[in-house]
Design a protein around this ligand. Structure first.
Ligand SMILES: *Cc1c(COP(=O)(O)O)cnc(C)c1O
Length: 389
C-alpha cells in the first residue's frame, strides 16, 4: 500500500548513499573492508533499500542491532554478511545459523550459552568478540586491572565448540568529539584494543580475520585506526561532523507542504500555550508536520525551515500533527508549496544543535507515518510506508 497524500514525506537519495560509500571507500583504501551500520532502519533512511545499494556496490558487511532487523534484511534479498551488535537470546541461535547471521559476543556468559546451543543443534555460529576498552557498555572488560582476566576469558571463549570467531571489535566513546582529552582517550582505547588482540592472538596461535573499531568519528579523525574493517553509520547518510568536509551528501530530504495560510493582526496568540504572539501583521502557514512525524516539541519557536523563498521561522508550540511557520517574509510561498524541514538546503545538524542533540536522533525520529520515497537519478524508484493498511 502507498500513501496518496502529499503531506510530509522523506526523499532518500540512493545516489547519495552510493556516492558516500564510494568516497569513504576511497578514503580507507581497498584493503580495508567496509561495514555499513544500517541499524534503526538505516538511521531512518530505510534499511532494505540502503542495504540493497551497499550490496550492489560490493560492501563487505552490514550491522544491525537485533534479530528482527537482521531478518527484515534477509527476507528482502540481502545475502551479504550481517553482524548483530546487540543481544540475541540463545533461543535464536538456530535461526542465526540458518540465516548466516554473525552475532556479537559480549561476555563469557553469552559465549557459553551460544556455544552450548550451537553444539546442541550441531552447527557453528559465527561470532565477533566485543572488547570493552572504555565505552563501558557491552564487551569483555579489559581496562587496567582487568586486562589479564579479560584476555583469559576471550581466549577461553574463542576455543569453545560450536563458535567460529571470525572477528574482534571495540567501540569508541569520543572519537567524534574535539579536544585533546578526547584524542588521548580514543588513542588509549585503540592502544588497549591492539594490546588485547596481540595477547589473544599470541595465546591462540592464530589471527582474527576481521579486527575493527572505526565508527564515523574515527573514519574522519583517525583513519589510521581502520585495521581490517571500518564501521561508519552517520557518514554513510552524509551527516555528522566531517561529512561536508569529506564531500559527502546528505541522503535524506524531509519535506512537507503548506496546507493553509492565514493572516493575523499584530497581538495574536499562536498555538497551544500561547507561547508566541505576533508582533506585526503576520502571514502564518500551517504545516502538516508535528511531533508525531518526528519533529521535536522542544524546538517550538526556536528553529527555521526552508522554503523556496528562503528560511521561514517556525512559530508557536509544535503540535502532534502540525506546526506553524511565519511566511510574512516569504511572500511567494503559497498553499501547496514544499517546505524542506531538513536536507541539503537546511542541514539536519543545525536543527540538532538547536535541539541540543545530535543529527542521529532527528533522523531516527522520522516516524513510520512519513512515507519514504527512494530516488535514483532524481526519479522516484520505490515508495514505502510503514503503516498497516
Ligand atoms: C552504531 C554503531 C556504529 C556506527 O556509528 P556512527 O557513529 O554512526 O558511525 C559503529 N559501531 C557500533 C558498535 C555501533 O553501534
Amino acid at each position: 500500500m502507498e500513501s496518496t497524500l502529499k503531506r510530509t514525506w522523506a526523499e532518500v537519495d540512493l545516489d547519495a548513499i552510493a556516492h558516500n560509500y564510494d568516497v569513504l571507500r576511497r578514503r580507507m583504501g581497498q584493503n580495508v573492508k567496509f561495514l555499513g551500520a544500517v541499524k534503526a532502519d538505516a538511521y531512518g533512511h530505510g534499511s532494505v533499500m540502503v542495504s540493497r545499494v551497499l550490496q550492489e556496490k560490493g560492501a563487505d558487511y552490514l550491522a544491525v542491532s537485533s534479530m528482527d532487523e537482521a531478518m527484515e534484511l534477509r527476507n528482502n534479498g540481502i545475502t551479504m554478511p550481517i553482524l548483530i551488535l546487540g543481544h540475541t537470546p540463545k533461543e535464536q541461535v538456530g535461526r542465526l545459523m540458518e540465516l548466516h547471521i554473525t552475532q556479537a559476543v559480549t561476555c563469557q556468559a553469552k559465549a557459553v550459552e551460544y556455544s552450548a546451543e550451537a553444539v546442541r543443534l550441531g552447527g557453528t555460529l559465527k561470532v565477533h568478540i566485543k572488547v570493552d576498552t572504555g565505552m563501558s557498555r557491552l564487551g569483555y572488560l579489559c581496562q587496567g586491572p582487568h586486562f589479564d582476566t579479560g584476555v583469559d576469558s576471550i581466549c577461553r571463549d574463542c576455543a569453545l565448540p560450536g563458535l567460529e570467531t571470525e572477528g574482534i571489535f571495540t567501540h569508541f566513546a569520543v572519537s567524534d568529539e574535539p579536544g585533546e582529552d578526547c584524542e588521548r582517550y580514543t588513542r588509549a582505547q585503540y592502544d588497549l584494543f591492539c594490546r588485547v588482540i596481540r595477547a589473544v592472538e599470541q595465546r591462540l596461535g592464530h589471527a582474527f580475520a576481521i579486527r575493527h573499531c572505526a565508527n564515523s568519528g574515527a573514519v574522519v579523525h583517525y583513519p589510521e585506526m581502520a585495521l581490517d574493517m571500518v564501521r561508519p553509520g552517520i557518514l554513510l547518510y552524509g551527516c555528522g561532523d566531517g561529512a561536508a568536509e569529506l564531500g559527502l551528501r546528505p541522503a535524506m530530504r524531509l519535506k512537507t507542504t503548506v496546507s493553509t495560510i492565514k493572516t493575523y493582526e499584530s497581538g495574536t496568540d499562536i498555538s497551544y500555550g500561547r507561547m508566541f504572539t505576533t508582533e506585526r501583521t503576520t502571514r502564518m502557514g500551517v504545516l502538516p508536520y508535528g511531533y508525531a512525524d518526528g519533529f521535536f516539541r522542544s524546538l517550538s519557536s526556536r528553529c527555521t525551515l526552508m522554503s523556496a523563498d528562503g528560511a521561514v521561522p517556525q512559530r508557536g508550540r509544535i503540535c502532534m500533527d502540525m506546526c506553524m511557520v511565519d511566511l510574512t517574509d516569504a511572500p511567494h510561498v503559497q498553499v501547496g508549496d514544499e517546505i524542506q524541514i531538513f536536507g541539503p538546503e537546511n542541514p539536519v545538524e543545525n536543527l540538532a544543535s538547536i535541539a541540543g542533540t545530535i543529527p542521529y536522533e532527528l533522523l531516527c525520529a522520522v516516524s513510520k507515518r512519513v512515507p519514504r520515497l527512494y530516488l535514483r537519478g532524481g526519479k522516484v524508484v520505490e515508495r514505502e510506508l510503514l503503516l498497516r493498511f
